[in-house]
Design a protein around this ligand. Structure first.
Ligand SMILES: Cc1cc2nc3c(=O)[nH]c(=O)nc-3n(C[C@H](O)[C@H](O)[C@H](O)COP(=O)(O)O)c2cc1C
Length: 180
């Protein structure tokens, strides 16, 4: 198995894709960026370190390309793989379903043996319900970003989360600059 990192994302409007690129640009070393619409089950076999990005759509639904892949990912073995997740949503527009797809994807890969890193505190967000919460509801199961309502917070959140997962994933992250 190669030592490089696989970053898989799906994106309808480009926000998650843009964040995927920003993450990849900050990580030192080999990182492959794979649109989930181009992935097969075998694609995951190449990586022991994986980052997954998913937005929520249509009142708590998974993004369309992830949905196409949903049956396939149930058959991927994540045993021995360490995974960090990030999700995009709109906490004011869809406050009853905020980041639901992030939680749904998390549950699938945990069932398939993944070790999860990169939980993220809920402070600073306002929403009514989310499937992306940990059982004690103090953290999301991955980084939550809201490009619709809190785009000004994205760089700070991204920077702190990357620092956090760099330790857990044993990767090197370049410091934040104005374009990060
Ligand atoms: C029609 C529509 C439905 C949405 N439904 C949800 C939702 O249920 N939960 C949520 O957190 N965000 C929801 N969003 C917000 C998107 O997740 C957000 O805009 C995200 O940045 C889109 O990512 P993408 O550009 O990568 O597709 C919705 C947005 C639209 C336009």
């Amino acid at each position: 198995m190669a030592n490089n990192i696989g970053l898989f994302f799906g994106s309808d409007d480009g926000n998650t894709e843009s964040i995927a690129m920003r993450i990849a640009n900050r990580i030192t070393g080999d990182i492959d960026i794979i649109d989930i619409s181009d992935a097969t089950q075998v694609s995951f076999a190449d990586y022991s370190t994986i980052i997954l990005g998913i937005p929520t759509w249509d009142f708590g639904q998974i993004q369309s390309d992830w949905e196409e892949f949903w049956d396939d990912i149930q058959e991927v073995d994540f045993t021995g793989k360490t995974v960090a997740l990030f999700g995009l949503g709109d906490q004011f527009g869809y406050g009853d379903f905020f980041l639901d797809a992030l939680g749904m994807l998390h549950d699938v890969i945990v069932n398939k043996g993944a070790t999860i890193v990169g939980h993220w505190p809920v402070e600073g967000y306002e929403f009514d319900a989310s499937k992306a919460l940990n059982p004690d509801e103090t953290h999301f199961v991955g980084l939550g970003l809201d490009e619709d309502q809190q785009p000004e917070q994205t760089s700070t959140r991204l920077n702190a989360w990357l620092q956090q997962i760099s330790i857990d994933l044993n990767i090197t992250v370049t410091p934040l600059d104005d374009n990060a």
